[in-house]
Design a protein around this ligand. Structure first.
Ligand code: FAD
Ligand code: NA7
Length: 550
């Protein structure tokens, strides 16, 4: 085992450490955290990622059609005005290679690479109460010590591999969209896709024109609206660049932070004719969050409003999909209360002769055999390639996969056995000097502005901890209070009434529980400001010397 021990004097009376801070993850969150701690707080920082490159989500998800569903002008960092002005984008939404190139540019621009160790998974991290330091272990057999650990592990990062009998016997290729290889030839092949969430819809629409035959295995059909992707004109980009101050101000003071004004109008307060007009207008503009939150203010909270939106989308499916049997399988009947989806020409894709859809709610998948997928109606769907668009063990998945231990050797698996918990989505009780980016019960929004909010606040908390000369930890009461706040807000919406990854309900055996603060970015930022103004209410600052033996 290699042990890196430069034994620099630790900060604030902590024991000797290799680094002031270790950051785990090199996506949007980890990169900005590294920059903030190193270049603004002057700390020594080492960032790690198990990936072979930076970019996080946008390194791993290279499947055909991979696209942001946030519009490009707000799917980026806002912390550096020059970066906002210098960087160009060409389409309304951003394709995976474009986002990856942007994040690589950020790494170069801020000279981050020298402090990032790639191809290195963190297998364990343990807090030592005698020295008030973290010991971090990598899958290369190294250990390093640090005063602070920031986990930027990604909330949609640990892939969900379905446990289907016989999966290992398949003679063709099985590929999860979240671990897509650099090169993969699908042209002319018989391809199956399991899953029709955001990812499934993107990949289905993108590959249908090139594959020989596409079979979509559909368990729960989902509501989707057009994305409305299109090229941006140079004039549009220039106009946005000239208006970025007010754009980010609007984003930070909004609910979902997607860069459009959320509606303040209840759906049932207008006539049926007006409702249809508004739905049609937003259908034509495109965008999933815009359709759910920009049309009327109560689609996600009022069952009648929700049904109005759902029935509009259902009528579109009937109108677009020509084959009545395909249309039946594609039509959702439940609430419109998952993450609102959008895709390019998704429903139109099913009008292609080379696309079929298997209703696996009615005839579930029984097993995978060497030739393909066998369903309960006795049919074997013969395939060369099986694509798993089966999603992620969201939010806490990557935490539970690590041997992460806080005070008294408490493991994160024990601490979160009932449900993952946090104070403000940023810290968790029993794990001092550990800060999470997009931890459980963080905001449910367009994510870069929430990530920036958290990174900037973590930096303030670290600065406060250093000033107070010690260790910072959320109190159990504060964490309990935050969990209740998140639960109360979630229960005011329709989201918990549907099973999806937003509540951890997509993974067999995982407890369905609140995982997000659904109160919106403006309210979240107000809560953080209030806690800070009250001297970081809910946090305990313990002077390091008090716990280090004499
Ligand atoms: P990630 O980008 O997920 O990065 C986490 C990194 O941590 C990964 O690289 C991973 O390898 C690394 N890691 C985890 N555990 C370890 C470990 N133990 N050791 C070492 N490294 C580790 N959000 C939006 O707001 N808008 C969108 O349009 C949007 N589209 C998306 C489309 C797809 C296909 C997916 C999967 C997600 C999308 N998201 C979107 C969510 C997206 O994940 C976030 O916007 C954002 O990229 C998250 O950044 P992050 O740094 O927090 O996490
Ligand atoms: P999602 O939204 O979790 O969708 C996963 C899909 O895979 C969904 O249709 C599931 O059907 C299906 N699935 C999962 N496991 C199985 C099994 N075992 N059998 C059949 N079908 C299965 O993941 P995405 O990657 O699309 O999107 C996640 C987020 O990432 C997205 O919101 C964006 O933010 C990016 P089910 O609905 O469970 O019946």
């Amino acid at each position: 085992m290699t042990t890196l021990n430069t034994t620099r004097p630790g900060t604030d009376g902590a024991g000797p450490v290799d680094y002031d801070a270790v950051v785990i993850g090199a996506g949007f969150g980890g990169l900005y955290m590294l920059h903030k701690l190193r270049d603004e707080l002057g700390l020594s920082v080492r960032a790690y990622d198990r990936a072979g490159g930076v970019g996080g989500t946008w390194y791993w998800n290279r499947y055909p059609g991979a696209l942001s569903d946030t519009e490009g002008f707000v799917y980026r960092y806002s912390f550096d005005k020059d970066l906002l002005q210098d960087y160009e984008w060409a389409t309304r939404y951003l394709k995976q290679p474009d986002i990856l190139a942007y994040l690589e540019h950020v790494v170069e621009r801020f000279d981050l690479a020298k402090d990032i160790q790639l191809d290195t998974g963190i297998t364990a991290a343990a807090f030592d109460e005698t020295t008030n330091t973290w010991t971090v272990t990598t899958d290369r057999g190294e250990t390093v010590t640090a005063t602070y650990v920031v986990t930027a592990l990604g909330l949609l990062s640990k892939i969900n591999m379905p446990d289907i009998p016989g999966i290992e016997t398949f003679a063709g290729d099985i590929i999860h969209t979240g671990a897509w290889p650099d090169q993969h030839e699908l042209a002319g092949k018989r391809v199956g896709v399991i899953g029709n969430g955001s990812t499934g819809q993107q990949v289905i629409s993108a590959i249908a024109p090139e594959v020989g035959h596409l079979t979509v295995f559909m368990r729960t059909p989902q509501y989707s609206v057009p994305a409305g992707d299109r090229p941006m004109t140079a004039d549009e980009v220039t106009a946005i660049k000239g208006d970025f101050d007010s754009i980010w101000d609007q984003v930070r003071n909004s609910v979902v932070a997607f860069g459009f004004e959320e509606s303040a109008v209840p759906a049932m307060s207008v006539s049926e004719e007006e409702r249809q007009r508004v739905f049609q207008e937003n259908w034509d503009i495109g965008g999933g969050f815009r359709f759910m939150f920009g049309t009327f203010c109560d689609i996600a909270t009022d069952p009648e409003a929700n049904e109005a939106a759902a029935s509009f989308i259902r009528s579109k499916i009937q109108e677009i999909v020509k084959d009545p049997e395909k249309a039946r399988i594609l039509t959702p009947t439940d609430l419109y209360a998952r993450r609102p989806l959008c895709a390019n020409h998704y429903y139109e894709t099913y009008n292609r002769d080379n696309v079929s859809v298997a209703d696996i709610k009615e005839h579930p998948i029984v097993e995978i055999v060497p030739e393909g997928v066998r369903t309960a109606d006795g049919k074997t769907h013969e395939l060369d390639v099986l694509i798993l668009a089966t999603g992620f063990d969201a939010v806490d998945g990557n935490y539970m996969a690590m041997d992460l231990r806080g005070r008294g050797g408490l493991s994160i698996n024990e601490a979160w056995a009932e449900a993952p918990q946090s104070y403000l989505g940023i810290t968790t009780t029993g794990f001092p000097n550990m800060f999470m980016i997009l931890g459980p019960n963080g905001p449910f929004t367009n994510l870069p502005p929430s990530i920036e909010t958290q990174v900037e606040w973590i930096a303030k908390l670290v600065a406060a901890a250093r000033e107070q000369g010690g260790v910072v930890e959320a109190s159990a009461e504060a964490q309990q209070g935050w969990t209740e706040t998140c639960r109360t807000i979630a229960d005011m919406t329709l989201f918990p009434q549907v099973d999806s990854w937003i509540f951890g309900a997509n993974i067999p055996g995982k407890t369905k529980t609140v995982m997000f603060y659904i109160g919106g970015l403006a309210n979240y930022r107000a809560q953080l400001a209030e806690v800070e103004d009250a001297g970081f209410r809910g946090f305990e600052f313990v002077p390091a010397r008090a716990t280090v033996p004499a």
